[in-house]
Design a protein around this ligand. Structure first.
Ligand SMILES: [Zn+2]
Length: 232
């Protein structure tokens, strides 16, 4: 696991994590969180959008980081891609952990009071407020991006920067994450299953997601927590 820290709007600390995470590796962040708490920072966002694989042990790790923050009356938010979202939602921790689709949205959600006007956006890297006309958008290839419903946009995530420097940082951040076709298929399955229910399966599901049965099996294995992309 690798991590970075940055300070966003209202002194919110954004901890960006990549690589493999679990309860033990996330425990490495307890020390920086304590240090920031001692400095008076009370809002924390865990940016897990570059994390490739995430399961129950990661949730335990997040809960361990959240506790000292909320214990001091602070706020805690999490942003992540499809495997992070799936693990957190299926464990029903989305409200407790403050799950948001992007780091920028998590920074907004962690603020003590709403601060964004309709003509403003939030930088996904630093969490700074930027007039919408000045923000810089870029599309990055990210197999964990929520499936948009449009096949052309599969595995594409729009990131928002306050300027070219931070958009470049975001592109590098997501570029470090390996792209997995199976993960992108799993996001497709997520979308259909969300609509039709977990009992919708087999050939009808394969047809609905546009995969053959072999591909569907691999996508389902991924969803069940078995990373089979290495055998692709
Ligand atoms: Zn920025």
């Amino acid at each position: 696991m690798q991590w970075t820290d940055r300070t966003a709007a209202h002194g919110t600390i954004v901890l960006g994590v990549s690589g493999d995470v679990g309860a033990t590796s996330l425990g490495e962040l307890r020390r920086p969180v304590s240090r920031y708490l001692a400095q008076g920072h009370l809002a924390f966002v865990m940016d897990l959008s570059a994390v490739r694989y995430f399961d129950w042990s990661g949730i335990k790790g997040l809960a361990g980081l959240r506790l000292p923050v909320t214990g001091r009356g602070g706020t805690f938010g999490v942003a992540g891609g499809s495997s992070v979202r799936r693990a957190i939602v299926s464990s029903r921790f989305e409200h407790a952990l403050g799950l948001c689709p992007t780091p920028g949205k998590a920074v907004l959600a962690c603020a003590p009071e709403p601060f964004l006007r309709a003509d403003q956006s939030v930088c996904d890297w630093c969490g700074a407020v930027v007039p919408t006309g000045e923000r810089v958008d870029e599309i990055v290839r990210d197999s964990s991006a929520e499936y948009p419903g449009d096949p052309l946009l599969e595995g594409a995530r729009t990131v928002v920067g306050c300027g070219h420097r931070h958009v470049t940082a975001l592109v590098e951040h997501y570029g470090a994450r390996p792209y997995s076709e199976v993960e992108a298929w799993a996001a497709r399955v997520d979308r259909v299953v969300e609509d039709k229910g977990e009992s919708f399966s087999g050939l009808p599901l394969a047809d609905a997601v546009g995969l053959d049965l072999g591909q569907l099996r691999r996508a389902l294995a991924w969803r069940a927590g078995h990373d089979v992309s290495s055998t692709a």
